[in-house]
Structure formats: C-alpha cells, structure tokens
Design a protein around this ligand. Structure first.
Ligand code: AMP
Length: 239
C-alpha cells in the first residue's frame, strides 16, 4: 500500500530521494518507514501492505499471493516488480519515496535498478540509497510473535509495546489481530527465505556503496535518528 504523509514534514528542505529500507522480518522497517514519511513528507511503498490489501479485497493478485505469504514464502518477482513500478510511475514522487520490504531478491534488485535508470518514464532523478536495519535472531522472534496490528495499520507488541486495553487499538478502538504469518513456525520459514534470497540483496547494495547499516536494537526514536543521520551522509557524500 502506498501510505501518504498526513502532516507537514518536519524537515521539508532535505530531499531524501528514493530510499530502500532493508532487513529481516521484524527489524522495524514499517515503523521506521512511517517515521521517515512524517519527517520528510515522502510516501512509504510497502509491498507487504499492498499484498495484504489485495488479499483483503479479494483481487486476483491477492488470491495468488495468499498461500505463499501464509507459508513465509515470497510472491513471484514479476508480480511484485510490476506492482511496485506502477506505483512509482503513477505518483508524483520526485521528492523521493521509501521502499519497505522491496527488493527482496536479486532479480527484484536488478529490475528496480534498471527501471529507474532505463525506463524513459522514470520519475526518479536521484540514485537509490539503501539502509539495512540489523537486529539479532532472538529479538526478532520476540518482536514477530508478539506483534499485534489493527486493520488501519497501528502496530503494538504484547511484550514491548502493549495496548492499554488488551487486544484493542489505543488509536482507533478496533480489535487487534495477529498476522497469520507472525506465528513462530512461519517466522522460521520467513527467516530461511530472508537468509537465502534477501541477504544477497543487502550484499549487492553494500558493494554498490550508497549503503549504511543501522543497529535496530535501540529505542525506536534512536533508530529513526540514526537513519536520518545516515541519509544525510549518503546524500551529501560523493560516493
Ligand atoms: P512484509 O509485510 O514485508 O513482512 O511481507 C509479508 C509477506 O509478503 C512476505 O513474507 C512475502 O510473502 C510477501 N512479500 C512482501 N514483499 C515482497 C517482495 N518484495 N517480494 C516477494 N514477496 C513479498
């Protein structure tokens, strides 16, 4: 889903351009993407959210994606690539955007790198920068199995960030649910998928430069501050 900023950006003079947020399931990509969206007034494009919205509205894409997602496997590259590039072409994204959960395979990375550089309709005028958030395995397991979400996307955690009334969203009062792929069994599969398919994507962007790694095992605001500092370095360096 493409989530638009709803308030005036805190730092409207800084142009972040296209930003990739990379990392294992549960490192906090979604939370950090929302913080960056508020800081810079650029939208978040979350492939997981777009796919879940397609499942909720019963589209053909949603029907083909559901079984794979429920088992912790990836949706085919072609489907995800088209979905992301259409979003980028459809909107006026010259100030930038945050890709959350994409690319997740080397084929997706090749696709987006070429589309940005070679598609004559590409609205992207700045090179991609990549931020990889790192958190250790035990911590991720806790974060994922404790995560509870409301239908509007507000995120809680029964261990680290519980809602005031158990099972009820503090913001809008709706019932909190566990994502079907947040069970321990599916988490294990998602981590295997991450190691075999997505870890090479992180190495691809590390080698290219315009890349920074952030310790995600700190309070949310400190992680956001570290990402913002990294983005400023990446956009001002000559790499
Ligand atoms: P997320 O919300 O980012 O954790 O994604 C949830 C699930 O959606 C993943 O486990 C995959 O099944 C699917 N998915 C999300 N993004 C992608 C992607 N870039 N490529 C393939 N599958 C994806």
């Amino acid at each position: 889903m493409m989530t638009e900023p709803t308030t005036a950006p805190a730092d409207k003079d800084f142009l972040p351009g296209p930003v990739l947020l990379l990392g294992a399931p549960g490192v906090g990509k979604g939370t950090q993407a929302k913080a960056l969206m508020a800081a810079y007034g650029i939208p978040q494009i979350s492939t997981g959210d777009i796919l879940r919205a397609n499942i909720a509205n019963g589209s053909e894409l949603g029907r083909s994606a559901k079984a794979l997602m429920d088992q912790g496997q990836l949706v085919p590259d072609d489907l995800v690539n088209q979905m992301v590039w259409h979003k980028i072409l459809d909107e006026n994204l010259y100030r930038g955007f945050i890709l959350d959960g994409y690319p997740r395979t080397l084929a997706q990375a090749d696709y987006i790198d070429s589309a940005i550089n070679e598609d004559p309709k590409s609205p992207v005028r700045m090179p991609l920068v990549a931020i990889s958030i790192v958190v250790d395995y035990e911590q991720l397991l806790h974060r994922i199995t404790g995560r509870r979400i409301c239908p509007l996307g507000h995120i809680f955690n029964i261990y680290s960030n519980p809602s005031m009334a158990p099972g009820i969203c503090d913001v809008d009062g709706s019932v909190l649910v566990q994502r079907p792929d947040d069970s321990e069994a599916v988490f294990t599969e998602r981590m295997k998928t991450f190691e075999s398919q997505t870890a090479p994507v992180i190495e691809h962007y590390r080698k290219q430069g315009r890349f920074e790694e952030i310790d995600g095992d700190q309070p949310v605001e400190q992680v956001t501050g570290a990402i913002e500092a990294a983005l400023k370095r990446l956009r001002t360096s000559k790499r």
